[in-house]
Ligand binder design. Structure first.
Ligand SMILES: [Zn+2]
Length: 280
């Protein structure tokens, strides 16, 4: 199964590809540019070539961007405009370097209700920007909505599905994060529980849109609406959840991306990769 992690882009995308290979992974997730501030990715021909070459040498099967945490498509002011511009640029670069798409935290409304009413009026700022970003970016890239664990857009599978249906574009995908599912009250800690969640996901947005998984344990309890990641086996998620994902025919072939803090505090590491592989 394809496994990897989110790694630093310090030194460039080629270095990031090496980092993921060094922890025994073949799935790369990285920021397109420094996530501290509104930084737009810029890439020279040399950097692009170095990335292609390293990716091939190291057998990196999948590569994704993770969008900046500053992105908020629900914002109607400057942040919203910067979000539109950055996502448009990022997906343009993704196409240039063969990155499949960006995994995105869509954003949040100012009034954070647990279950906001799904109305086109309320969601118009989000829908309008999504349509615009998709219309102005290459067809070979995906905008991948990540489920959230706190009171942000995308806590429920229903909300994600509703947004996708409003747009109806095949370039919209979904990334499910195990820590966020746990935080938002979706129990996947057995084959039966996972089946229930996948059945619901299929009903809401269609499992063919499920593009990748974020594999994280949680420092917080079930349905806590807190989403602090933990190393596998060290948190509140029973490892049966990961075992279930690794054995279900609907999820076992999906790219699995670790975003764990690491046993030495340096991000996803070999040990987390090995723990995951060991649960197969
Ligand atoms: Zn994320």
């Amino acid at each position: 199964m394809p496994i990897g992690g989110h790694v630093s882009i310090s030194g460039g995308y080629a270095q990031a590809a090496k980092r993921v290979a060094n922890i025994g992974g073949d799935v790369l997730q990285m920021f397109s540019a420094s996530p501290r501030g509104w930084n737009f990715p810029e890439l020279s021909d040399e950097e692009r070539e170095a990335f292609f070459q390293t990716r091939e040498e190291k057998n990196i099967a999948y590569a994704y961007f993770h969008a900046s945490y500053l992105i908020n498509l629900a914002d109607t002011g400057k942040t919203g405009e910067m979000s539109r511009r950055l996502m448009t640029r990022e997906l343009g670069v993704a196409s240039e370097v063969g990155v499949r798409g960006s995994v995105v935290h869509v954003g949040s409304f100012k009034d954070k209700k647990a279950e906001p009413e799904l109305s086109t009026q309320k969601y118009e700022p989000v829908l309008e920007k999504l349509r615009d970003i998709l219309a102005n970016t290459p067809d070979d890239t995906m905008f991948i909505i990540e489920n959230m664990g706190t009171r942000k857009i995308g806590v429920t599978l229903e909300e994600i599905g509703w947004i996708i249906h409003q747009i109806g574009d095949e370039r919209l995908g979904v990334c499910l994060d195990t820590c966020h599912l746990h935080a938002g009250g979706y129990d996947i800690t057995s084959e039966e529980n996972l089946d229930e969640v996948l059945t619901e996901a299929d009903k809401q947005f269609g499992l063919d849109r499920l593009e990748c998984l974020h594999i994280n344990d949680s420092r917080d309890e079930f349905e806590s609406y807190r989403d602090r990641h933990e190393n596998l086996g060290e948190g509140y998620i029973d490892t049966s959840a990961f075992t279930a994902l690794l054995n279900d025919s609907r999820t076992k072939e999906l790219p699995m991306i670790l975003e764990t803090p690491g046993f030495e505090g340096k991000g996803p590491d070999e040990r987390n990769v090995e723990i995951l592989r060991g649960l197969q």
